[in-house]
Design a protein. Structure first.
Length: 460
C-alpha cells in the first residue's frame, strides 16, 4: 500500500512539474507536433485548465481523502481533452470523465444510477451537438484551422453556453443534494468537471469574437448564478455551504469570462484559481478526524476572515477587485453592483461558517484553515506575478477573439491597473476608492453579524 501511495505521489509530482514547464514553454507560441496525426496542440489555456485539475488533486492529497483513483482517471481524461485541437476528441474526453464521475459518485450509496447519469451526461450531449454544428458549417473538427472561425454561429454558441451552464450546475448541485459526500473524492471529481466545463466556453474565443447578444446572455446567466448561489450559501445548512460558495465563485469567474475583454479573462481565470484554495479551507471534516490541538478561536476567526473579500490584498479580495475593475472598464456598472453585493454576502457566509467551528474543530481542520489563510494572503500579494506568468499568456493567445473595451495591465507601483477602451485608468490595485469600498463591505458585514448575534441573544 505504501509503495502504491509513493508511486501515486511521484506520478502526481512529475505531472505537476510537466504542466508548470509547459505553462512557461507555451507562453509565446503553442506547442504543435506531427505526433498523433497532428491532433496534439497545447497552448496557455490548455495548461491553465490542466493546472486547475492538478491543484484539485493536490487538495485531495492535502486532505488525505481516499480512494484516489477517480481523481487520477479524471485528471488523465481531462488533460487529454485539453491537449488536443480536435473538438471531437475534447467531447470524447469529457464523456469519459463524466462516466468516471458517475461511477465514483454511485459507490457510497445504492442510489438509482440512470436518472443521475442522464443529467450528468446532458452537458456532453449539448457540447457534442455544438461540435457537430461547427464541423458541418466549417468542415473541420480543429478549432485552430483557418476556416474554423466560419463555423462559429448562434447555434454553436448557444449549445456550448448551455453545456457550460448545465455542466457546472449538475456537477455542483448533485453534491449539494448529497451532503454526506461533501468531503469525499467523488465530490472532488464533480468539482473538477464543474470547472472543466468553463473550458469549451473560453475556447470559443479561439474561433473569433462574440456578438453583443452572446455576451449579454453569458453575463445575465453568470450574474444571476453568482448572486443566487451566494444567497443560498448564506441560508443553507453548514454541511452544504461550501458547495454553494464554490458555485458562487464559479459564477464570478463566468462573469469575467463572459465580458470577452482582456480584463475579464484575467479576472475570470484568477477567480477559477481560487476554487481549489477555498475547497481546501472550507472542506467539511471527515468522521475519522479527531478533536485535537484546536487553534484559539481568535486565530480561527481571523483565518476565515482572510478567506473572505473583506480584507484587502487577500486572494478573494483581489478576485472581486479584478471582477469589479473589469466590469467598470467595460462600462458594465450593473455588474459592478452585482459583484459588490455578492462580495458582501460572500463575507457574511464565510464569517457565519466560523461560528459552529469555534467551539469544536478537528485539529487538522483548524491547521488547514490557518495554512490556507496564509496562502490566500500570499496569492493576493503576488497577484501581479501570477497574472504575468500564468494568465497574461492566455489573453495574448486569445486576443483575436476579445473585444477592446477593457484591459488589465501590470503597473510598477500599484501592481495592476484596469483600463477602459480609451486606455484611461478605471481602478488600480491598490486603489483608494476600491480600498474604501471593500472596507465599507467589511464594516457592513461586521455590523450585520453583530446585529444577528444581538437578536440571537435576545431570543435566547
Amino acid at each position: 500500500m505504501r509503495s502504491l501511495r509513493f508511486v501515486y505521489h511521484l506520478c502526481y509530482l512529475l505531472a505537476l512539474l510537466a504542466v508548470l514547464w509547459l505553462t512557461w514553454y507555451v507562453r509565446d507560441v503553442p506547442l504543435e507536433t506531427a505526433l498523433f496525426t497532428g491532433q496534439l496542440r497545447i497552448d496557455s489555456l490548455s495548461t491553465f485548465f490542466a493546472l486547475l485539475t492538478l491543484l484539485l488533486a493536490l487538495v485531495q492529497w492535502a486532505l488525505r481523502l481516499r480512494p484516489v483513483w477517480p481523481t487520477l482517471l479524471l485528471t488523465l481524461c481531462l488533460s487529454g481533452a485539453y491537449a488536443t485541437s480536435n473538438l471531437l476528441l475534447v467531447a470524447a474526453g469529457y464523456l469519459l470523465a463524466t462516466l468516471i464521475e458517475v461511477v465514483a459518485g454511485r459507490l457510497p450509496r445504492p442510489a438509482p444510477l440512470a436518472p443521475r447519469a442522464i443529467w450528468l451526461l446532458l452537458p456532453v450531449v449539448c457540447f457534442g451537438v455544438a461540435v457537430a454544428g461547427l464541423q458541418t458549417r466549417a468542415g473541420t473538427w480543429h478549432y485552430h484551422a483557418p476556416l474554423a472561425g466560419a463555423g462559429l454561429n448562434s447555434f454553436v454558441f448557444w449549445f456550448v453556453l448551455l453545456a457550460t451552464i448545465l455542466g457546472s450546475a449538475v456537477h455542483m448541485y448533485a453534491h449539494v443534494l448529497t451532503p454526506a459526500m461533501t468531503s469525499g473524492p467523488h465530490t472532488l471529481a464533480g468539482i473538477c468537471l464543474a470547472l472543466a466545463w468553463c473550458y469549451p466556453l473560453v475556447r470559443l474565443y479561439s474561433l473569433g469574437p462574440w456578438n453583443a447578444g452572446w455576451h449579454a446572455a453569458t453575463l445575465l446567466l453568470s450574474g444571476a448564478l453568482a448572486l443566487w448561489a451566494v444567497w443560498r450559501a448564506l441560508v443553507a445548512p453548514i454541511i452544504t455551504r461550501t458547495h454553494w460558495l464554490l458555485w458562487s465563485q464559479l459564477g464570478v469567474a463566468l462573469i469575467g469570462l463572459g465580458l470577452g475583454t482582456s480584463a475579464g479573462i484575467v479576472a475570470g481565470c484568477y477567480a477559477l484559481m481560487l476554487v481549489p484554495l477555498l475547497l481546501a479551507g472550507l472542506a467539511r471534516p471527515t468522521a475519522s478526524e479527531t478533536q485535537a490541538v484546536v487553534p484559539s478561536p481568535a486565530m480561527l476567526s481571523w483565518a476565515f476572515w482572510l478567506l473572505s473579500p473583506a480584507l484587502p490584498l487577500t486572494a478573494p479580495f483581489v478576485s472581486f477587485w479584478m471582477g469589479i475593475g473589469a466590469a467598470a472598464a467595460s462600462r458594465m456598472f450593473l455588474l459592478v453592483g452585482i459583484l459588490w453585493l455578492a462580495g458582501l454576502l460572500y463575507t457574511l457566509t464565510i464569517i457565519q461558517y466560523t461560528r459552529p467551528l469555534l467551539s469544536a474543530a478537528p485539529g487538522r481542520t483548524g491547521r488547514t484553515v490557518a495554512w490556507v489563510a496564509g496562502i490566500s494572503v500570499v496569492l493576493g500579494v503576488t497577484a501581479p506575478t501570477l497574472v504575468w506568468m500564468v494568465i497574461r499568456p492566455i489573453v495574448q493567445q486569445l486576443q483575436g477573439g476579445l473585444t477592446p473595451f477593457g484591459d488589465i495591465v501590470l503597473w510598477p507601483w500599484g501592481g495592476l491597473i484596469a483600463l477602459d477602451a480609451a486606455r484611461r485608468p478605471v481602478a488600480t490595485l491598490p486603489s483608494l476608492t476600491l480600498f474604501l469600498l471593500m472596507l465599507v463591505l467589511g464594516a457592513l458585514a461586521w455590523l450585520l453579524l453583530r446585529l444577528q448575534r444581538m437578536m440571537d441573544n435576545r431570543r435566547g
